[in-house]
Design a protein around this ligand. Sequence first.
Ligand code: SAM
Length: 280
Amino acid sequence: MAAIDGLPPLREVIAQHGLAAKKSLGQNFLLDLNLTAKIARQAGDLTGCDVLEIGPGPGGLTRGLLAEGARRVLAIEKDARCLPALAEVAAAYPGRLEVVNGDALDIDPLTQLTPPIRVAANLPYNVGTELLVRWLTPPEWPPFWQSLTLMFQREVADRIVATPGSKAYGRLALLASWRADARIVINLPPEAFSPPPKVSSAVVHLTALPEPRYPADPKVLERVVAMAFNQRRKMLRAALKGLGPDIEDRLVAAGIKPTDRAETVSLEQFCALARAVKAG
Ligand code: SAM
């Protein structure tokens, strides 16, 4: 395997720093630096960009991002055991890697980043989904990030890129497609990780649109979509009853049949419904 930098192979780094994977932190490490460089390339042209990386672990993806030319990487890692290994990476790329020890769900990294900003992460899946929803629902649009390149378990990746009529279609797909382009760019079998997880994974790349695809109040749209999919088997006139007695009229005004179910309704129709609900 061709080395992407002069640093030791990841297996050696993990052995040297005693980084036995902890299940509680969702630690499934990528050991192939060619693969981490490939993931970094999916994040787009990194030269001239600050990259926010969540969960660098022993530094495989971090090294990929730096080798692919990121101007600066800010990496947030919860596990303090990883810090010495990451310090070695920082020393090999002077002034380009800063590591913050803490929980990404509690830290606001924005003060430490300069636009343009891209986000890249191989995270435990529960943390990844929570952060994705936060990044897709900021107080203002466009968001701080230009793109998100994130590893998910395959089933979650499918939900992010799903289209109407499919079983995977729901809140995540609507959130993502309203203000971003999302696609699966790499599929990975469990053996790509050490230790291998039980399920396959996929890297999803999202780019922020300059403005939402269709106008709608974000809070109203989120509420309508959440209610519609909370009872996805019910007809919309029943699932959305809580939105008021005239919900059937609003559905019709939005071009939706009251007897339709959430999973057949397009993003454009949901946005029209959010506008009709707000107008009411
Ligand atoms: N990026 C490395 C790689 O690709 O090999 C590690 C990936 S491993 C799936 C997830 C990493 O996220 C671990 O290093 C873990 O310690 C870290 N982590 C878990 N929860 C975190 C959180 N809430 N905030 C920051 N890092 C977290």
